[in-house]
Write a protein that binds this ligand. Structure first.
Ligand code: DAH
Length: 356
């Protein structure tokens, strides 16, 4: 058995890639592997012999299995390191060509949204993209066992063993900026927080990094009616139409009570979106009255203050307004796409000069 151990541990250590490792696994512990065959011989042994050989063979099998998995992880890490080394890029190299750049649609839409809310007295707040799970979840009334945590496909930051700092995540939404803003400025407060957010998801309508804008208004007597007015003003200004109709659908978010998802009336006739007419409804955001526990967690007294919050997908409203069919194209850095959908650099969106 010692010979077998030495032989396989040596071979595993020397395996150069995952295919070689898989061959070894089959050879050693596969159905017809050397160790499995030995295990079959147990039946022919005397009970005394079996009593020592059985556990020893099992231990050997476990040892080889764990050597196989350890080596597999090591090979994967090495492959990733090698790839990262190969894909290194010197961003300080001078650019080529003289073409004027364009403003990315996401930047453009962020500016548009900011201009509209600034006109209604909202200032812009920011928070870190790597945040603690307290700000991203607990403070927003999403406890450890809450399904929202699992639903958000969170990216957790790697922690070295023995590192006892609180867990950090790539923020899954802009809602933690609500907490940070209230902690910093107290109430009353009126802010929007646009920025990047991250979830482990990838298809035509999901990318692992995307953008949201959070809204928060806290004062003595702010109600859902204020929320409705603010959102109507926003949608009219953003889609550049005179009339809109919003539909509030009862929903659930841990950080608001009551909660509503908001749809806008629209039509898709002829394949183009028209806002404010037609028989279709388009969901654009989640919202509600900020939960008293959230206020409390941010150091704001819920007996004195109340208000609304909302969270909206920037990429999504950019796709809608500018007729961009595939979300993934936003982040491909394809120059032809950027020239087609980009905006002139000096046309800063303002309400008086026109948004787009
Ligand atoms: N954070 C939510 C999400 O990413 C969106 C959201 C819903 C934000 C309701 C809010 C809110 O502020 O009130 O899915």
């Amino acid at each position: 058995m010692d010979d077998l151990r030495d032989k396989y541990l040596g071979l595993i250590a020397a395996a150069g890639d995952e295919a070689a490792l898989e061959d070894l696994r089959v050879q050693a512990v596969g159905k017809k592997g050397e160790i499995s065959l030995k295990m079959r011989e147990l039946g022919k042994m005397s009970p005394e012999e079996r009593q020592t050989a059985g556990p020893a063979l099992n231990a050997l099998k476990d040892e080889i299995n764990s050597a196989l998995s350890a080596k597999k992880v090591a090979l994967e890490d090495a492959a990733l390191d090698e790839r990262l080394r190969g894909e290194r890029l010197d961003v300080t190299l001078p650019g080529r060509g003289r073409r004027t750049g364009t403003i990315h649609p996401i930047s453009q839409v962020t500016e548009e949204v900011t201009a509209i809310f600034a006109d209604m007295g909202f200032s812009v707040a920011e928070g870190p993209q790597i945040d603690t799970d307290w700000y991203n979840f607990d403070a927003l009334n999403i406890p450890g066992h809450h399904p929202a945590r699992a639903e958000m496909d969170t990216f957790y930051m790697h922690r070295a063993e023995g590192d006892n700092r609180p867990p950090h995540v790539l923020r899954t939404h802009t809602s933690p900026v609500q907490i940070r803003s209230m902690e910093k400025h107290g109430a009353p407060i009126r802010v929007i927080a646009p920025g990047r957010v991250y979830r482990a998801d990838y298809d035509q309508t999901h990318t692992p990094m995307f953008h949201q804008v959070e809204g928060l208004a806290i004062d003595k007597d702010i109600s859902m009616a204020n929320l409705k007015w603010v959102l109507e003003e926003f949608v009219k200004a953003y889609f550049e139409v005179d009339d809109v109709e919003l539909r509030f659908r009862a929903s659930h978010f841990p950080f608001t009570e009551p909660s509503a998802e908001v749809d806008i009336r629209c039509s898709w006739e002829g394949g183009t979106l028209k806002v404010g007419e037609g028989d279709d409804w388009l969901e654009i955001l989640g919202s509600g009255m900020v939960h008293p526990k959230v206020l409390q967690n941010a150091g704001v007294d819920p007996n004195e203050w109340q208000g609304f919050a909302f969270g909206m997908g920037i990429d999504r409203i950019a796709m809608l307004k500018y007729g961009i069919p595939d979300l993934r194209a936003f982040f491909d850095s394809d120059l032809r796409w950027l020239r087609h959908y980009g905006f002139a650099a000096l046309d800063v969106p303002t309400l008086h000069a026109g948004l787009s």
